[in-house]
Design a binder for this molecule. Structure first.
Ligand code: GRF
Length: 225
C-alpha cells in the first residue's frame, strides 16, 4: 500500500487472552503495521483481550454467543457489528467459534486466522497435546485465509520451532505464542497490506516471486524478528 493511502481498517475478533491482539496493537503503535484497529469484538464478556483493547483505547464490544438462539442468529449479529465498523480485513485472533459458511463467504479473501500448528498437520483444537502425543519434533503456527474448510484455507505464513522433547503442552503453547504467533501474525498482515505477499489462482506470491511453501521465520523483516 502506498504510504499516502489511508491505513487499512481492521476488525479483530477474540475470545480469550488476546496475546495475538496485543502483538497487533504493538505493531500498529510502533509503525510496523499500516493499519487502524477500528473495533475489537469478543464473544465472551470475560475475555482478557477486552481489557487489552480498552487499555489501548480501542473501540471494543462483546456479543455473547449464548444470548442468540442459534449459530445463524449469532453470525448474523456478528456480521452486522463487523459491517458497522467498515473493515478492510477481519482478523480472527483466538476467536473460538466455528463460523457458518455464509459468514465465511461474506468476508472471503479478507478473513484471516492464526492456528497453532503447522497446517495441514493438526487442525482443530488441542494442537499442543496432539504434537506431544504424536512425538513430532517440529511445531509452530500458521497464518491462513479462512475458507469453509476448518483450518483449511491457504497458508500464507508459517513459523516453525523445534519441540526439543517438551512434554508439557502449556509450556509448548507458550513457546509457540511468544516465539512464533506474536511475530508472524503482525508480519503476515503487514506484508498483505503492503502487497509484499498475495494469493492468486496460482498460489502464493511473495516479494514478487511465486512460492511453493509459505514464508517462515527466516523471511521476517528485521523489525519483526
Ligand atoms: C492462539 O494460540 C491462537 O493461535 C489460537 O488461540 C490462541 C489464542 O490466544 N487460535 P490469544 O487469545 O491470542 O492469547
Amino acid at each position: 500500500m502506498p504510504e499516502t493511502a489511508s491505513p487499512a481498517r481492521l476488525v479483530v475478533l477474540i475470545s480469550g487472552q488476546g496475546r495475538n491482539l496485543q502483538a497487533l496493537i504493538e505493531a500498529q503503535r510502533s509503525g510496523r503495521l499500516p493499519a487502524e484497529l477500528v473495533e475489537v469484538i469478543s464473544n465472551r464478556p470475560d475475555a482478557a483481550g477486552l481489557d487489552r483493547a480498552r487499555a489501548a483505547g480501542l473501540p471494543s464490544r462483546c456479543l455473547p454467543h449464548q444470548a442468540y438462539a442459534d449459530r445463524a442468529a449469532f453470525d448474523a449479529a456478528l456480521a452486522r457489528a463487523i459491517d458497522a465498523a467498515r473493515p478492510d480485513w477481519v482478523i480472527l485472533a483466538g476467536f473460538m467459534r466455528i463460523l457458518s459458511p455464509g459468514f465465511v463467504r461474506r468476508y472471503a479473501g479478507r478473513l484471516l486466522n492464526i492456528h497453532p500448528s503447522l497446517l495441514p498437520r493438526h487442525p482443530g483444537l488441542r494442537t499442543h497435546e496432539a504434537v506431544i502425543a504424536a512425538g513430532d519434533t517440529e511445531h509452530g503456527a500458521s497464518v491462513h485465509l479462512v475458507t469453509e474448510a476448518l483450518d483449511g484455507g491457504p497458508v500464507l505464513v508459517q513459523g516453525r520451532l523445534r519441540v526439543n522433547g517438551e512434554t508439557d503442552p502449556v509450556r509448548l503453547a507458550e513457546r509457540v505464542m511468544s516465539e512464533v504467533e506474536q511475530r508472524i501474525y503482525p508480519q503476515a498482515l503487514a506484508w498483505l497490506l503492503r502487497g509484499v505477499l498475495r494469493v492468486d489462482e496460482g498460489g502464493l506470491v511473495f516479494r514478487g516471486a511465486r512460492r511453493a511453501q509459505p514464508p517462515g521465520l527466516a523471511d521476517l523483516d528485521p523489525e519483526f524478528q
